[in-house]
Design a protein around this ligand. Structure first.
Ligand SMILES: NC(=O)c1ccc[n+]([C@@H]2O[C@H](COP(=O)([O-])OP(=O)(O)OC[C@H]3O[C@@H](n4cnc5c(N)ncnc54)[C@H](O)[C@@H]3O)[C@@H](O)[C@H]2O)c1
Length: 255
């Protein structure tokens, strides 16, 4: 795991950081010395998180901006401002995502819902990667939040699962493109995480998608901080030979 000073002198960008895994990554890396630029489309939640993180880490250099990752212009402006403010970018974490509604392809999964989920989870990640790759230092590291649903199909969540499978393809392809600059691009694939989205998964599945019902060895949800620790390891120099991979963090789903 990333050491206590792993991110001293490093600048980390995090999308979807007002809550959940993104927020946990902000806290984890700020606690280990990073300057952190974090963004989210939800302005009020982002401001509350900014205040809370600033109070918890008074010495940390922080920048919080409202950014909709579906907007290339909005992402480009944020990445440029982050680099101007902190002088460099060493790592980026693309955590912004939505679940979309529960519904089958021949039923409630509408074209509109399909477009919305792919738009945030896949096209949004593409736009972030476009601007991050241009701005990040050679030798930097990018981590995309895919999902266990990016490694297997989930009935009733076809758009979400397709978007997360697509994100793995995007991760591998971009990793190949940027390898000559020693930039690394990896994905992480959690099963249910204790976040607002994790609660939404269980609620809208009518209680069928719970840690107890999933075929994993550990029948509980992983915490956002544990996922942040894996993300931080992939960001840190100690993982500098790892690229183009997708890491399950799922309590033994594959067993
Ligand atoms: N929670 C889980 O069980 C779980 C499991 C596997 C993967 N993931 C993935 O991890 C990532 C983070 O999940 P989470 O549990 O923290 O979710 P969350 O819903 O708790 O937080 C996601 C954040 O992304 C923001 N966001 C949504 N659309 C955005 C947009 N267009 N632009 C900018 N920000 C936007 C939301 O406002 C929210 O603050 C997501 O990509 C999710 O798909 C989550």
């Amino acid at each position: 795991m990333a050491s206590a000073k792993a991110f001293v002198g490093k600048v980390i960008l995090v999308t979807g950081a007002a809550q959940g895994i993104g927020e946990a990554v902000v806290r984890y890396t700020a606690a280990r010395g990073a300057a952190v630029s974090f963004s989210d489309v939800a302005a009020d939640t982002l401001e509350a998180t900014r205040q809370s993180v600033a109070a918890a880490f008074p010495a940390a250099r922080l920048l919080a901006r409202v950014v909709d990752t579906r907007s290339s212009e909005s992402v480009e402006r944020w990445v440029a401002e982050s680099k101007q403010t902190f002088g460099r970018i060493d790592g980026c974490v693309n955590s912004a995502g939505i679940l979309g509604p529960q519904g089958t392809v021949d039923g409630e999964l509408t074209e509109e819902a399909w477009g919305r989920v792919i738009g945030v989870n896949l096209t949004g990640a593409f736009l972030c990667l476009k601007h991050e790759v241009r701005a990040i230092e050679d030798g930097g590291s990018i981590v995309n939040l895919s999902s266990g649903a990016g490694l297997r199909g989930i009935p009733g969540l076809a758009a979400y699962s397709a978007s997360k499978h697509g994100l793995i393809g995007l991760t591998k392809s971009v990793a190949s493109e940027v390898a000559p600059r020693r930039i690394r691009v990896n994905a992480v694939c959690p099963s249910l995480v204790e976040t607002p989205m994790g609660a939404q998964v269980t609620a809208q599945s009518g209680g069928t998608l719970t840690p107890e019902n999933l075929p994993q060895l550990f029948r509980w949800a992983v915490s956002a901080t544990e996922v942040a620790a894996l993300v931080a390891y992939l960001l840190a120099d100690e993982s500098k030979f790892l690229t183009s991979t997708s890491y399950p963090i799922d309590g033994g789903f594959a067993a």
